[in-house]
Write a protein that binds this ligand. Sequence first.
Ligand code: ATP
Length: 301
Amino acid sequence: MTAVVETEGLTKFYGKRRGLEDLSFEIRRGEVFGYLGPNGAGKTTTIRLLLDVIRPTRGSLRVLGADPRDPAVRGRIGYLPGELALEGREKAREYLRFLADVRGGVAAGRIEGLAERLEADLSVPMGKLSKGNKQKVGLIQAFMHDPEFLILDEPTSGLDPLVQQEFLAMVREVRADGRTVLMSSHVLAEVEHVSDRVGIVRGGRLVAVEDVGALREKAVRRVEFHFDAPVPEEAFRDLPGVRDLKVEGANVVCTIDGRPDALVKAAARFTVVHMVSAEPDLEEIFLTYYSEDVHRAHVGA
Ligand SMILES: Nc1ncnc2c1ncn2[C@@H]1O[C@H](COP(=O)(O)OP(=O)(O)OP(=O)(O)O)[C@@H](O)[C@H]1O
């Protein structure tokens, strides 16, 4: 099956300034690909190249099996730009209906259905929409014609947490339908629960492409067991992957690196009253790929 995106040595310089250099990667059909990187990393440059808004300095790329210069390709893509210019007195509903007509129509009730899910008010003139509502209108226009490939540049910015959840549900539905999503972000937390793989860019270069499931398995997590009676430390010592072990009476606290299988089997020899397992801290792993200043900015935030 052809990949939805395939690039080889893709490079873009703005004059002497590096936007992106030597990007070789692919996005597979039916996956959600999280594209992560700090500000100025090259995410938007990549997206603009895929959409043929800008052209490469060198290197090659194929989108949906074709040259992105082919005008038919654009119609198969739904695109949410990072910065939306929605201005004027026209109401959001009228604007979306206009776009729907230009694209050959969308299913009846589709715009209203998406607006309801995202709690978007479409009766407001575009120029008066709040930042969050502009983002919602942008999402509606990207999703409404059920494109084969969705390219979403910073899709969750300006959305409140409940609407973000609804948006993520929409992304999962697209995947369940066998369609493909590329979403960029500068924060892993925004994409990790929905992405199959993530690519990390920094300073115009792709520094890693990782499978989120495999990463989660590798990541360190904190685990606590509370038993109905004191347990011997020996029962938990030297278990594979177990670190920072503390056994105090009926409580066992440790971190686990990789699979928790051996620990769970050791605990099962006693009566477990309560157990806590924290989500693995993937952010830590990702920050090591980021530059120091981003680490500081992140911690500061
Ligand atoms: N039109 C342009 N002219 C000159 N330099 C540009 C232009 N667009 C982007 N750049 C530069 O290219 C690099 C990559 O920028 P890009 O916008 O792709 O990053 P980004 O990862 O999308 O960042 P952000 O999260 O801030 O949008 C930056 O150094 C940026 O300053």
